[in-house]
Design a protein around this ligand. Structure first.
Ligand SMILES: [Zn+2]
Ligand SMILES: [Zn+2]
Length: 253
């Protein structure tokens, strides 16, 4: 399985792109600003988008993907997520007020987007098994474990501290790579607690609950916090195989 890291920053700025992963050229997990860098031909080649939650840094690219794809593709782009995520997108983004309702354009029989509330159970897509698992965030959120021919890759999406994600990951038969957020340095634990994100210390506590020993791939550092996160992870993640992801890199798993 090939994963292009289109965006893995927790915010915007020169060279920074927000969360979007492209799997095997056809599937996105989240559609942050990183998705907006794709050439039109690659946008049209997408079949499905799996959303972790409705926050703008993970969904804003959908607005522009839809606008670019209208009239360019025979098939709608299928957007998967929890019911709460899908409802928020429809009510607050594709509502004719902020942006057109692309589930009705160019006409209801040939929509540009198809919104599907199906992230309560595993979905088979492009030969992959997309397994949702709970995250702990300020809005309903989930991660995805992706079961492919050679193993299982999991992405938490945005999450704060809590037992649920780790307990769910422990039910998997294996876990080869875990892509997990770490947004703030330990000194801003106050913000991490309110915004339900992880710090290196919070991440280490979560990993201590995990029965698997995956490679840990770090993402979602907030602008200005990258250096503190990197320095503190050296101690917090001692003994773990880990690295910080970069926008634009490709993983073969
Ligand atoms: Zn979020
Ligand atoms: Zn986020």
């Amino acid at each position: 399985m090939k994963i292009d890291i289109l965006g893995c920053s927790g915010g915007v700025g020169p060279g920074l792109r927000t969360t979007s992963l492209r799997v095997d050229g056809r599937i996105l997990i989240d559609a942050g600003t990183g998705a907006c860098d794709l050439p039109l031909v690659d946008m049209v080649a997408l079949t499905d988008v799996f959303l972790t939650h409705a926050h703008l840094d993970h969904t804003v690219g959908l607005a522009f993907l839809a606008d670019n794809r209208i009239g360019q593709s025979e098939r709608p782009l299928v957007i998967h997520g929890q019911a709460e995520t899908i409802d928020r997108l429809h009510a607050h983004l594709f509502n004719w007020q902020v942006w057109p309702d692309f589930t009705l354009l160019p006409d209801a029989g040939h929509p540009t987007l198809c919104l599907v509330a199906d992230a309560e159970a595993p979905v088979i897509c492009g030969g992959l098994r997309m397994i949702p698992f709970p995250a702990v965030h300020t809005v309903p959120a989930n991660g995805y474990a992706v079961e492919h021919a050679h193993g299982i890759f999991a992405f938490t999406g945005d999450t704060g501290s809590g037992a649920e994600p780790w307990a769910a990951l422990n039910t998997l038969p294996r876990l080869d790579q875990l892509m997990v957020e770490v947004s703030y340095g330990n000194a801003r634990d106050d913000i991490a607690a309110i915004a339900r994100h992880l710090t290196p210390a919070r991440l280490a506590a979560g990993l201590a609950r995990l029965h698997h020993r995956p490679e840990v791939l770090l993402t979602h550092a907030k602008p200005g916090h990258e250096q503190a996160v990197r320095e503190e992870c050296r101690a917090a993640l001692a003994g773990w195989r880990y690295r910080h992801l970069c926008n634009g890199e490709t993983l073969e798993v």
